[in-house]
Design a protein around this ligand. Structure first.
Ligand code: CAA
Length: 283
């Protein structure tokens, strides 16, 4: 399938990163969100990132202008009528996503692939909200999108082989590495990452060590670029809790029970970097 124009739905941290890498790979990108304010913030992040690339000599000023020139914005989902691929990166909420996919199914032409960047929700259930489940697929990017090499590609029950192959090809064009996984709670990335983060929170909760000590053990002892509590703040504690709940509900095993301290922080609104406070405080 020939993909020329991509709509990214959601201009937040993930959506703006996805829009950036798609525009850098030469695709025309429509960045869609509910409000102009959201779009402006997403665009500002992209502009800041590509300007830094120019400053570092990794991109010319002309290339930067070309990348930004390939990006347009949208407040109207009917613009999906012009695209070959939609990548959805909105809030992790099944009701929101199924509503959105039903609308996209209505507005997008029959050939358009509908991909979701969900970090743990079932692709098969999102696909069932459309009349084209064979064209629905998971395309799970990692944060920060411009830096991280992995894209987990998740096949729903009905995802067609040619749709998988197209997404795999696009992922390589984005200069990322595709890894194929099947539709199980948390896929592979979060099935392994989140219980580790949750266990680190339990270690803090039980007083095994301080937050700094827990992070130091994993950074210096296991060569992780960030300690698990720093990483949890980076991802967002609400997202971590949501994923743990999805794992707990999906597998029913007590080993996925979210740590009470994680619940407490989320209730307090201490969501990590984005709110200025999580396990650590941020300016
Ligand atoms: N956006 C764009 N570029 C960024 C960036 C951002 N938010 N943050 C850092 N970078 C770039 C820097 O500009 C720098 O680029 P150059 O090499 O071209 O100079 C490069 O990344 C390295 O940055 P720094 O030197 O500032 O810092 P660092 O070496 O500590 O790396 C990091 C920062 C890449 C974030 C690193 O700490 C890291 O890999 N952390 C772990 C991230 C991780 O685990 N992500 C997955 C989270 S889970 C997820 O996303 C899935 C989910 O479903 C929850």
């Amino acid at each position: 399938m020939d993909i020329k124009t991509i709509m990214v739905v959601g201009a937040g941290q993930m959506g703006s990163g996805i829009a950036q890498v798609c525009a850098m790979a030469g695709y025309n990108v429509i960045l869609h969100d509910l409000t102009q304010d959201h779009i402006n913030r997403g665009f500002a992040t992209i502009t800041r990132n590509v300007t830094r690339q120019v400053e570092k000599g990794k991109m010319t000023e002309e290339e930067k202008e070309q990348v930004l020139g390939r990006l347009t914005t949208s407040l109207d989902l009917q613009n999906a009528s012009e695209v070959d691929l939609v990548i959805e990166a909105v809030v992790e909420n099944m009701e929101v996503k199924t509503k959105l996919f039903a609308q996209l199914d209505e507005f997008a032409p029959p050939h358009t692939i509908l991909a979701t960047n969900t970090s743990s929700l079932p692709i098969t259930e999102i696909a069932a909200a459309t009349k084209r489940p064979e064209k629905v697929i998971g395309m799970h990017f990692m944060n920060p999108v411009p830096v991280m090499k992995l894209v987990e590609i998740i096949r729903g029950l009905a995802t067609a082989d040619d749709v998988y192959e197209t997404i795999e090809h696009i992922t390589r064009k984005l200069n990322k590495v595709p890894v194929e996984v099947h539709d199980f709670p948390g896929f592979v990335s979060n099935r392994i990452l989140m219980p580790m983060i949750n266990e680190a929170i339990y270690a803090l909760y039980e007083g095994v060590a301080t937050k700094e000590a827990i992070d130091a053990v994993m950074k210096l002892g296991m060569n992780h670029p960030m300690g698990p509590l720093t990483l949890a703040d980076f991802i967002g504690l609400d997202t971590c809790l949501y994923i743990m709940e999805t794992l707990h509900e999906g597998f029913g095993d007590d080993k996925y029970r979210p740590c009470p301290l994680l619940r407490k922080y989320v209730k307090a609104g201490w969501l990590g970097r984005k709110t200025g406070r999580g396990f650590y405080t941020y300016e």
